[in-house]
Design a protein around this ligand. Structure first.
Ligand code: IFM
Length: 441
């Protein structure tokens, strides 16, 4: 049996990712709270993981004790600016303590400025549907970055803008006022202008900042590679889901299924590309689905699928994603800003983790500039429309008692972080079922 360790470059960031609404609890001044109260979600976020009540301290201890050297969290616009004319200095101070708390534990913070939630007052102004949002977002970003710059130089302007636009305005699982593909693309374009304004504002305040966004990348594969309509539909879906922000930032024209949007201000506005990768879709042409542009998506029949079918374990898709990113933006640093699996019993997480890290290691060996990995997530947290049904944490969470439950993946990830690598011994110990795939004899 081969014995080896796949080491990662010196200084590699090993962390977990979280977001404010999913962790803090009692977040009552944003559109997601309203959405939950209206009954659109499987459960309510409630206390979540009670970070606003102070439990961030014990969870940051957990991260530090298990060898993590970075953490991605988000700050909540509706707390920092509860009404258009008020800044809540106590809330800002709380975020300063949290970031200081990370630094004191030797953990590099990465701060996301917008992770799906909008203040209620912004929702009443139609949120990202009109260009009015751009100066408002910039103002919030300036205030926040100025207040937090002592502790953070790594900024993520917005999380998964494509998911925000498609889930809200096309699929309808996320809060949105006026639906439709055209509105979704307008929202995406406004978010891109907002990102560009934030990019410039952050650099003005902090020249050494590294600024990017977290791109949800979803590769596609034609179900029947010999059937031209499956191939075509797979390509159409790939472009529709994946190309908005990336094309706008490359060329100043945002490519969408309904045509190009001119976004010259966005060109070149990223210092790294953040990639959130979970799975890959298999696509076929389906005449009975006109509402979904005649496409059907599924996972392969023999796929290794998560508890509720949310994601299939397809690690090759992460390698393909990194390759896609390197081709599009040669030499641009890449950070895996999210990757993980819903798995309440931890039956699948160890192999999912090992196989995805193996693909990142392969990518790094082509000298592709992957600089860090943030596992989603540190502790189980509120999964949006899916409520508490899906459990992504290294640590489980009992929402009634706030007790954290240490899953075996905690120890596996700790060994990886401390070694700055993935060894054959670790794989043998935590997920022997994929040993041969990762360390072939
Ligand atoms: O929990 C979410 C996160 O907020 C954004 N990316 C996907 C995760 C898993 O669903």
């Amino acid at each position: 049996m081969p014995q080896a360790t796949y080491h990662f470059p010196k200084g590699f960031l090993w962390g977990t990712a979280t977001s404010s609404h999913q962790m803090e609890g009692n977040n009552t001044n944003n559109n997601w709270h309203k959405w939950e109260e209206e009954g659109h979600t499987a459960h309510k976020s409630g206390l979540a993981a009670d970070w606003w009540g102070g439990r961030w301290r014990e969870d940051f201890d957990r991260a530090a004790e298990t060898g993590q050297n970075a953490h991605r969290l988000s700050v909540e616009w509706s707390r920092i600016q509860p009404t258009p004319d008020i800044w809540d200095e106590d809330a800002i101070e709380k975020y300063r303590s949290m970031l200081r708390g990370l630094k004191e534990r030797g953990i590099t913070p990465m701060v996301t400025l917008h992770h799906f939630t909008d203040p209620l007052w912004l929702g009443e102004m139609d949120a990202w549907e009109t260009e009015k949002v751009i100066p408002l977002f910039e103002k919030y970003v300036r205030k926040t970055v100025d207040a937090l710059k002592e502790y953070c130089t790594l900024w993520c302007t917005v999380n998964e803008p494509n998911v925000y636009a498609l889930q809200g305005y096309v699929i309808g699982d996320f809060p949105a006022r006026h639906k439709g593909l055209k509105m979704a693309m307008t929202v995406l374009a406004n978010t891109l202008h907002g990102h560009a304004a934030a990019y410039r504002a952050i650099h003005e305040i902090q020249p050494e900042a590294r600024v990017g966004y977290a791109h949800h990348h979803r590769p596609t594969a034609a179900k029947r590679s010999w059937f031209p309509l499956d191939v075509l539909m797979s390509k159409i879906r790939f472009n529709a889901v994946n190309l908005g922000f990336p094309s706008g930032i490359s060329t100043g024209v945002m490519k969408t299924p309904i045509g190009g949007f001119s976004v010259p201000d966005a060109k070149g506005t990223q210092d790294y590309l953040g990639i959130n990768y979970y799975s890959t879709d298999t696509i076929s042409f389906n005449l009975s689905k006109p509402g979904q542009l005649f496409t059907h998506h599924e996972y392969p029949k023999d796929a290794d699928v998560s508890d509720h079918g949310f994601a299939a374990n397809i690690p090759a898709g992460l390698f393909a994603t990194i390759k896609w990113a390197v081709r599009r933006y040669p030499n641009l640093p890449i950070i895996i800003t999210e990757n993980g699996i819903e798995d309440s019993t931890d039956r699948m997480r160890p192999r999912y983790l090992a196989q995805h890290l193996h693909q990142i290691w392969r990518a790094v060996n082509f000298n592709w500039p992957v600089k860090g990995y943030f596992h989603w997530s540190l502790v189980d947290n509120f999964e949006w429309e899916r409520g508490w049904n899906q459990r992504f944490g290294l640590w489980g969470l009992d929402i009634d008692t706030q007790k954290r439950i240490r899953r075996p993946s905690v120890d596996f990830y700790a060994e990886i972080c401390k070694e700055n690598g993935l060894s054959s011994e670790m794989v043998q110990k935590y997920c022997p079922e994929v040993f041969e795939k990762i360390f072939p004899s």
